[in-house]
Design a protein around this ligand. Structure first.
Ligand code: ASP
Ligand code: MG
Length: 298
């Protein structure tokens, strides 16, 4: 079976028009694989906004309500632009329930006057929970069935909030059981849950790691990390104009670069792929025909 895991993050998922580019890429490959799992990050900037929301609330600063409205507004705009009329009511209802849940958690933080790491994880998780649900519905609005998966049901972790360790054995089993029959799935990266069902996060930028975990559990043919740069570069392209694309790189070298602060992929992404010898491609949503960077055992 030809299984592909595709992760989209950064400005690829900033707003409706970029999300449409992401969906173009998905639709383009949809018939060429037996099974595709899409992993998405939060809409870009939303995780930072959520952290600010939780911090303001914990300090008793009512400005948290403005941030809350802004977060909802960003998602509402995507729904407005990408969800077709016949589904809008249902999607808005579903999203409003999620907003209510976030509002309650935030109000509790406000009353408590302190911010525990577990409450912060609960707040941060809404970035991926909202984006994955909305993007999944946006894919359906373009005529393709796409099954939404709550990542917290399949990514099981310890209770080290803010940077939880994944229980690989448990998660692998849940992942391979969960993705049995369908052909196109979407889930949020970055989040998981403890054995008692408390929401956890895998550390900032952790959606890449989610994609790699899922790819390894499913014995995927390939893991693709779609972002807003052409691939892994010799220098940070945002700082250095003459940065060059690295077309191919070994797992070891890519991991070393990631641990040394190259921002393109989360350092934990490499290990699961190495164990199953799955190539990782880093690709640019805004230049999809570009070759990207191939990370493999070569
Ligand atoms: N949204 C999370 C973050 O900003 C995870 C990710 O983007 O991979 O850290
Ligand atoms: Mg992010």
């Amino acid at each position: 079976m030809n299984i592909k895991v595709m992760k989209f993050g950064g400005t690829s998922v900033a707003h409706a028009s970029n999300i449409n580019k992401v969906i173009d890429i998905i639709l383009d490959v949809n018939n060429k694989s037996d099974k595709i799992v899409i992993v998405v990050s939060a809409l870009s900037g939303i995780t930072d906004d959520l952290i600010m929301l939780a911090n303001l609330a914990s300090k008793g600063d009512l400005k948290y309500k403005i941030i809350f409205q802004a977060i909802c507004g960003r998602h509402d705009q995507v729904i407005k632009e990408l969800i077709d009329l016949k589904n809008k009511k249902r999607v808005v209802q579903e999203i409003n329930e999620k907003y209510d849940e976030l509002e309650k958690i935030t109000a509790n933080i406000f009353s408590a006057g302190e911010l525990s790491l577990s409450a912060l994880d609960a707040v941060m998780s809404f970035g991926e929970r909202l984006s994955s649900y909305i993007i999944g519905e946006a894919i359906e609005s373009r005529g393709i069935a796409c099954e939404f998966v709550d990542s917290r049901e399949i990514i099981k972790t310890d209770d080290n909030f803010g940077g939880a360790s994944v229980d690989l054995e448990k998660s692998h089993k849940l992942i391979s059981d969960h993705f049995k029959n369908g052909t196109l799935y979407i889930m949020g990266g970055f989040i998981g849950s403890t054995k008692d069902g408390q929401t956890t996060t895998l550390s900032r930028g952790g959606s890449d790691y989610t994609a790699s975990l899922v790819g390894a559990a499913l014995d995927a043919a390939v893991i693709e990390i779609w972002t807003d740069v052409d691939g892994i570069m010799t220098e940070d392209p945002k700082k250095m104009k003459n940065a060059l694309l690295i077309p191919e790189i070994s797992y070891e070298k890519a991991e070393e670069m990631a641990y040394n602060g190259a921002k393109v992929i989360h350092p934990k992404t490499i290990r699961p792929a190495v164990l199953k010898n799955i190539p990782i491609y880093v690709k640019n949503t805004f230049n999809p025909r570009g070759s990207g960077t191939k990370i493999s055992n070569r």
